[in-house]
Design a protein around this ligand. Structure first.
Ligand SMILES: [Fe+2]
Length: 187
């Protein structure tokens, strides 16, 4: 399940209802999905897309998404640092950023027009839809692993447009999940 943090207000949201309501107020959809049938850990992309077919079709109809694919990122993925660097600076897109997490975790930071920056940590089972134009950036967690279904209205619109605000510099890409070590416990 996702975790939302608002660092400037020292707030952490861990209840699904609180997370859903907070994100909805910022135009961000959050859902938790379960597959139609059990899916093996090494399932192919085709199997995954079929297993979540009902949810994908529902979302396509609602958001005008035309295509869906599966992205698979591991620590050994070639040019991983260069790939991640494209998205860890504040940017926005001409289309929605829609991700359903199959495995691994990730950290979105969102910079709303009014109000403080907040972080959304997502893990397996989490669906997030960040509307087009939303200022945000993305990092992997320390395990540098994510497998996710992506939906696109038009994949060509999914180019990062950088704000060059530098706001991202003020936030640590630190996740709170299993690999998180509190500062006091670090040696
Ligand atoms: Fe993005």
């Amino acid at each position: 399940m996702a975790v939302v943090r608002i660092p400037a207000e020292d707030v952490v949201l861990e209840e699904t209802s609180a997370i859903t309501a907070f994100l909805a107020a910022h135009g961000i959809d959050y859902e938790q999905w379960a597959p139609d049938r059990p899916v093996a850990e090494d399932a192919t992309a085709e199997t995954l897309l079929a297993a979540y077919g009902q949810e994908i079709e529902r979302l396509k109809a609602r958001g005008g998404y035309r295509t869906a694919d599966v992205i698979d990122v591991r620590p050994e993925t070639p040019n991983l640092d260069a790939m991640l660097a494209k998205f860890s600076r504040e940017h926005w897109h001409d289309e929605d950023e829609v991700r359903f997490i199959i495995e691994g975790r990730g950290l979105f930071h969102v910079h709303p027009p009014e109000g403080p920056v907040f972080a959304i940590e997502v893990e397996a089972g989490d669906l997030i839809r960040v509307p087009r134009g939303t200022h945000h950036w993305f990092d992997l967690c320390a395990d540098r692993r994510i497998r996710a279904i992506r939906l696109f209205q038009d994949a060509s619109g999914w180019t990062p447009r950088y704000t060059d605000s530098g706001v991202d510099q003020g936030f640590q890409p630190v996740c709170l999940g299993p690999s998180y070590v509190p500062p006091a416990a670090r040696v």
